[in-house]
Design a protein around this ligand. Sequence first.
Ligand code: CA
Length: 228
Amino acid sequence: MTTVAVVEDDTHILAAVTRGLTGRGHVVLGATSGLRALGEIVDQRPDVVVLDLGLPDIDGLELLRMLRAVTSVPVIVATARDDEDAIIRTLDAGADEYVVKPYSANQLDARIRAVLRRVREDDTEEPMQVGGLTMDARSRVASIDGHPMDLSRKEFDLLWHLATRHGEVVSKRELLAAVWRQPYGGPEKTIDVHLSWLRTKLGESAKTPRYLRSVRGVGVMLVDPHAA
Ligand code: CA
């Protein structure tokens, strides 16, 4: 049984989504304001959150950042805006998936199952070590030279994917498909932004790379700098 928190100020949409998800066997926690939702999500610990970006009391992206500061619960953002910039900002702020309004209960249910499948896949992976970098997908803890790294969900997923393929050049297209679930291409800028954050957290830069080597026009590779 999956508990889904649905944050949506339009009571008609909330009622329809609740009906659709309940009919598919989910338990739904509804909230019509952002701040009430934040408290409810912290208290009730749902398995997944569906977040409307257009809320009356707080900007949806701001709420997403607040959520990310306190929980790693998967978040599916529901947005009326289907332009690329809005989607990039949403993914950068820590969303796992998005649906563009209006969406059907079937489509939302499929997204929910997809994000939960990803979380469960992570739970079965063995810890990994590349040089001074260690990563554990189960606890979602990464450390560099023994120091814990403070990574967002996407930063962790990106670094984990590169670590599983360490020593190989991974294309941005593959990263978009594997980490951002965009198999048909999409905002490559968002990868560059996440790579630059990762470099800072790994204590390196594009000019003086250690773990993350960009291969122009091809992709990026994670290497053990001590083995080179
Ligand atoms: Ca709204």
